[in-house]
Design a binder for this molecule. Structure first.
Ligand SMILES: Cc1ncc(C[n+]2csc(CCOP(=O)(O)OP(=O)(O)O)c2C)c(N)n1
Ligand SMILES: [Mg+2]
Length: 321
């Protein structure tokens, strides 16, 4: 990857971090309603993964979706406005934190039902296979989702029908307050793909370049018509499951240990070793901060959705007319 592209990835990772830090503040001020699940600590996964996709490749994920939305090219202003429930948000302020979406950018959401979007991913891949194009569907989900029936149905059909889908498990060690060891019969999530004879790989998810390389190989393998592939990225969320999590299930030392391997810090060291000046990286960090602050300003100044919008964009529209 060219140096400029690497610097762009650095920018994206810092933008996610700064935007979410601001979002946490806004949540505490009562300006964001509902749940807020932060991606802080996991930035390398979606940043490296989505950098490896082509624009025609579809991305679908769970509710921890702010970083994914930014990586897919949804402007920070629209992500922040969505968090505040404003009409200028990427889902017109009617989706909120868990439902960031923009089909024009091939970002198919933001889904709140654990595992519920996996069969949707198989369906999208089936649609592309039927249409005869070479799009790849990239479906991201947590370790917890792999204990749900949807996961097994979706993986099974994807193999039976040789669907062009890349399954991406973000193993951040916990599903809410339950560790992988306590919830999953196998500790290596990738082993679950073996049951469906889906080729798979376990990769360090704190190193954006390793994520990128593994993702690029896997995406092109799927695009070549070989059927599904599963990647398991080992990562960690630095914050609670959602805002207000008392975190009684893990000790502070464990969190501190993982923070020593901060994906932004790791990437900064790698770039510095490649002779990128500290000043260049500092400027990128400042730009990300400015963009996050501008996004907050834009979101706060934006209008609420009109009442007339209440029944627009829902299946039951006709019934309510
Ligand atoms: C079907 C369903 N069951 C339970 C929940 C409640 N719930 C929300 S998040 C979550 C944990 C999921 O963990 P994981 O898939 O590892 O994702 P992470 O939060 O770690 O990103 C649960 C059980 C839900 N949203 N949907
Ligand atoms: Mg998890």
């Amino acid at each position: 990857m060219k140096k400029e592209e690497q610097l762009e990835l650095y920018y994206q990772m810092v933008l996610i971090r700064r935007s979410e830090e601001k979002a946490a503040e806004l949540y505490q001020q009562g300006k964001i309603g509902g749940f807020l699940h932060l991606y802080i600590g996991q930035e390398a996964v979606s940043t490296g993964l989505i950098a490896a996709r082509q624009p025609q490749d579809r991305v679908i994920t769970a509710y921890r979706d702010h970083g994914v939305a930014l990586n897919c090219g949804i402007p920070a202003n629209e992500v922040m406005a969505e968090l505040l429930g404003k009409a200028t948000g990427t889902s017109k302020g009617k989706g909120g934190s868990m439902h960031m979406a923009d089909p024009a950018r091939n970002m198919w959401g933001g889904h709140a039902i654990v595992g519920g979007h996996l069969p949707i991913a198989s369906g999208m891949a089936l649609g592309d296979q039927y249409a005869g194009n070479d799009n790849v569907t990239i479906c991201m989900f947590g370790d917890g989702a792999t204990n749900i029936g949807f996961f097994h149905e979706a993986l099974n059909l994807s193999k039976v029908w040789k669907l062009p889908v890349l399954w991406v498990c973000e193993n951040n060690q916990y599903g809410m307050g339950t560790s992988v060891e306590r919830a999953s019969a196998v500790s290596e999530i990738r082993q679950k793909a073996e049951g469906y004879q889906i080729p798979n790989e376990r990769v360090d998810g704190m190193d954006v370049m390793k994520v990128y390389e593994a993702s690029q190989k896997a995406i092109e393998w799927v695009r070549a018509g070989n059927g599904p592939y599963l990647l398991e990225f080992i990562t960690y969320r630095f914050m609670g499951h959602s805002m207000g999590d008392p975190e009684r299930y893990r000790d502070k030392q464990e969190v501190e240990r993982w923070k020593e391997g901060d994906p932004i810090g790791i990437f900064r060291k790698q770039l510095t070793a490649k002779k990128v000046a500290a000043k260049t990286l500092d400027e990128i960090e400042e730009r990300a901060m400015t963009d996050a602050l501008n996004a907050v300003e834009f979101a706060e100044a934006s209008p609420e959705p009109e009442l007339s919008e209440l029944f627009a964009d829902i299946y039951a529209e006709e019934v309510h007319k």
